[in-house]
Design a protein around this ligand. Sequence first.
Ligand code: HEM
Length: 364
Amino acid sequence: MSAGQYLRYDPSVEQIRPEEAEAVEAIVASIARTSASTFHKDGHGTRQQHAKGVGYLRGELIVYDDLPNHLSQGLFKKASRYPIIVRLSTAFNRSDRVRSPRGFAIKVLGVTGPRALDDDTSTNQDLLLVNHKSYFADAMAYRDAQRNVERGLVLPDLVFESVGFVSRILVAASDRTGIPIPIVLKALGDAGSNILGETFHTEGALRFGDYIARLRIVPLSDSVRRLTSQPCHDGDDVVLKSVVAFFKENSAEYELCAQLCTDVKRTPIENASIDWPEDVAPPEALGKIVLPRQTADSPPRRAYADEVLSFDPWRCLAAHQPLGSIMRVRRDAYRASRTLRQQQNQNRAIRPPEEPQQIEDFPD
Ligand code: HEM
């Protein structure tokens, strides 16, 4: 594909619908309610999504040399090595018998350049990925999903396990027949595979310097490729146990790739529920994530990553600003979730929230 075939970034690629502001307000209000009820139930402030940490890692992002112009953009402008912190998570704060989407949050340290948000004083670039290619279309669709999140808080795991069982049957039927099913069933129908063998996606679009992209990370080293589709759900905390056992003996590498937007019809920005077809927007390699052998969970590391750190797609370079409705709503949603949990945890003996300056800030 020549560079000419990719859509160039311009602020006009974003089309904000009038009803979006109201949807964002409703979502933030709902997150405030769920935050108050989880605080009430657990006695401490937690993330309102992906609260369950299942591995805390340090490593490096190695940006490949000689990338063609359409890929050497923003963070990937030139060959570089960046220290990174990774927090692995499951979307639901429940037993791993309830199979839920997996999260891979990356904090790239020591990144220079103009920031997307004026009040962002950090020198870090956060990348948040989940093991599904697409997500709810936009803020309006997410508002309904958030209502279900709120209703689901009081339901026992058994209900989620049963809904999961039915959802997986529907996902399999949809994969077989090509008949589309609602995104929520894809999430509830997650296979519950080994988190380290999964491919992770930003699901929504990001500015990519002069262009626009969705990013993904794909298992590269044999150590993680052989874990792909391996079941990991027959116990309450099997995901964390599998990650800790893996990194005690192994290192892991993932390839970071970009799919560049070609046009808003086939590779939409304002509708995150549509996969970008790989024949139209082939994934192209940018660099690799290298995670050495290490202790993937320890009390100081867990306390730091779960309580002191936060990951936010809007903590980024201007060159990688999140784009599209589902990405815009995250600006307020993440800020609300983290501000509330940090306030709730103020009186507990926890270090105040901070952005790490160097990898040494991350406890062993
Ligand atoms: C578009 C695709 C999305 C992806 C790939 C994604 C991914 C993630 C990941 C990986 C985390 C865990 C971060 C960590 O480890 O600290 C997270 C946290 C979170 N997500 Fe999302 N998410 C998406 C959309 C959304 C949307 C649309 C909302 C709500 C409007 C949302 C609300 C949250 C919240 C509230 C947190 C916890 C933030 C905190 O307290 O620090 N996410 N998400």
